[in-house]
Design a protein around this ligand. Structure first.
Ligand SMILES: [Zn+2]
Ligand SMILES: [Zn+2]
Length: 175
């Protein structure tokens, strides 16, 4: 998601531009993001542009119970300053120190939302996504998807659950 911001950078400090964002499909490293929709607000600062994103999107994740791929709704929101490496009026290199945090706008004056999006999406990805709230999950004995078939296995006895719980506890001690 790259936007040419040469015009915005030529505006006086305080100028505001609002973009509507519609991105049907986007790949951020190993995360598929779809149906992103929202607004991007760019405010001219003394150093560059303050970008505020307010969007909703869907990311693909594996259901925590049945392991099928499923779509989860996420809110993508961030506010980050982008600093150009070239002055938009003179095309001279801007003086940047390492203390200037924030994202850079390259010499092509394209503002790239990909990296901040990737960082925020990773934080936002749901911990326990479910394909649906009442997902039946996989049979613990034969691995059948209980949403599709009923395998007829007898549910695990309390004793075997106890063994599993014990294994779990010992694993935690070991790590
Ligand atoms: Zn599921
Ligand atoms: Zn089974």
């Amino acid at each position: 998601m790259r936007i040419n911001v040469l015009n915005e950078l030529r505006q006086p400090i305080g100028s505001v531009t609002v973009y509507d964002l519609e991105e049907p499909a986007l790949r951020l490293e190993d995360t598929d993001v779809s149906s992103m929709s929202g607004t991007l607000t760019l405010v001219r600062t003394n150093r560059g542009l303050l970008a505020t994103l307010r969007a909703t999107a869907r990311v693909s994740a594996l259901c925590a119970r049945c392991l099928t791929e499923t779509d989860c709704a996420v809110a993508a929101e961030f506010e980050e300053e982008f600093i150009p490496v070239l002055d938009a009026n003179t095309a001279r290199r801007t003086r940047l120190s390492n203390a200037d945090d924030g994202f850079r706008i390259g010499p092509d004056f394209m503002l790239d939302l990909g990296e901040p999006l990737r960082q925020y999406m990773l934080m936002l990805e749901p911990q326990k996504p479910l394909c649906r709230p009442d997902c039946a999950g996989l049979c613990l004995t034969c691995g059948a998807d209980l949403n599709i078939v009923s395998c007829g296995c007898t549910p695990m006895s309390d004793e075997r659950w106890g063994v599993l719980a014990g294994l779990d506890a010992s694993k935690k001690e070991g790590s």
